[in-house]
Write a protein that binds this ligand. Structure first.
Ligand code: CMP
Length: 139
């Protein structure tokens, strides 16, 4: 493995500690699966009601999830867009970039394949989704 590659992996894990729990081969697979995407301030990244096309990991910048009362801000190291993929349903909220953002997107098919091979990771993502849903109903 070359140095460049090692650095990429190291950076990935620094930004997203949850990936430390997957083995090295799978980390490598992730790097190949991730589709880089950018957004400008004010841009809508996810539209409520759409079908889920992918899960987004924020490498840099911040987004706002437009929930009814006050929006929730997510920054580098967080993820969003997991709910519609887990449920097979529709996007539950608009998500707007508030900065210039860089994302790593795991497309739906890749998400399904990768998560079925990594149940612990799926469980971690699913726990977060549950926490978020619980937060939303109590608002
Ligand atoms: P999804 O429904 O696919 O698209 C909108 C996303 O907003 C959703 O997935 C979550 O990732 C995110 N989201 C919804 N509610 C919250 C919340 N309370 N806190 C943080 N993120 C949220």
């Amino acid at each position: 493995r070359n140095r460049q590659h090692q650095l990429e992996m190291q950076q990935l894990i620094e930004t997203f500690p949850m990936f430390a729990q997957v083995d090295e081969n799978s980390q490598e697979e992730l790097l190949l699966l991730f589709r880089p995407k950018v957004a400008s301030p004010g841009e809508r990244v996810i539209r409520v009601g759409d079908r889920g096309d992918g899960m987004y990991f924020i490498s840099s910048g911040a987004v706002e999830v437009q929930l009814e009362d006050d929006p929730v801000r997510l920054k580098a190291g967080s993820f969003f867009g997991e709910m519609a993929l887990l449920s097979g349903g529709r996007r539950t909220a608009d998500v707007i970039a508030v900065d210039f953002c860089q994302f790593l997107v795991l497309e739906r098919r890749d998400f399904n394949v990768f998560m079925s091979k990594h149940p612990a990771l799926r469980a971690a993502v699913s726990d977060m989704a549950k926490e978020r849903k619980a937060m939303n109903v109590s608002r």
